[in-house]
Design a protein around this ligand. Structure first.
Ligand SMILES: [Cu+2]
Length: 167
């Protein structure tokens, strides 16, 4: 388990060290989901970290899997949560992270051109005001709950316990 953790840490470090178009922007824990394989729309979620000294902004997104990709957020309309497009995009302050999460900001994928099959991966190209374009491979996880990252981490921990003997 210790070895596995160390290996994962090394892999993460190598991934961060890879040259990228937007090297100061790190994308953590990306996933996309739709309400089923035949859904007309889906959404992508992730945490965007800005490791640079200047504020940045996610201003657009696009993907081959959808006719239209918009930056959305949820606003309360009485008792109902409604999705609206955020035309100015999402600010990512210098040295900080901004989370796209269920019930909040997200990348909306409208007019899906292919079914969102569990476990497959889609490419989403993000455009940042300063860092420029970067393409993110986003795993499809229709079964992911909206309970936040802690829940996912616990699930992983449980799986590790089951494979202790394998190192
Ligand atoms: Cu939306």
């Amino acid at each position: 388990m210790t070895l596995k953790s160390a290996t994962l840490g090394l892999t993460a470090a190598l991934a961060l060290a890879l040259p990228a178009v937007a090297e100061d922007i790190a994308i953590e824990d990306p996933y996309a989901r739709a309400a089923g394989a035949s859904a007309m729309a889906g959404a992508a979620f992730m945490t965007i970290r800005n490791d640079s000294a200047i504020a940045d902004r996610l201003v657009a997104a696009q993907s081959d899997v959808a006719d239209r990709v918009e930056l959305h957020t949820h606003v309360a309309d009485g008792d109902v949560m409604r999705m609206i497009e955020v035309e100015e995009g999402f600010a990512i302050p210098a040295g900080e992270a901004h989370s796209l999460a269920r019930g909040g900001d997200h990348v909306m994928l409208m007019g899906l051109r292919q079914p969102f099959e569990q476990g497959e991966t889609i490419s989403v190209t993000l455009t940042f005001e300063n860092a420029g374009e970067m393409t993110v491979e986003v795993p499809i996880d229709n079964e992911r709950t909206g309970m936040g990252m802690d829940h996912g981490d616990m699930d992983h921990g449980d799986m590790d316990h089951g494979t202790d003997g394998d190192g």
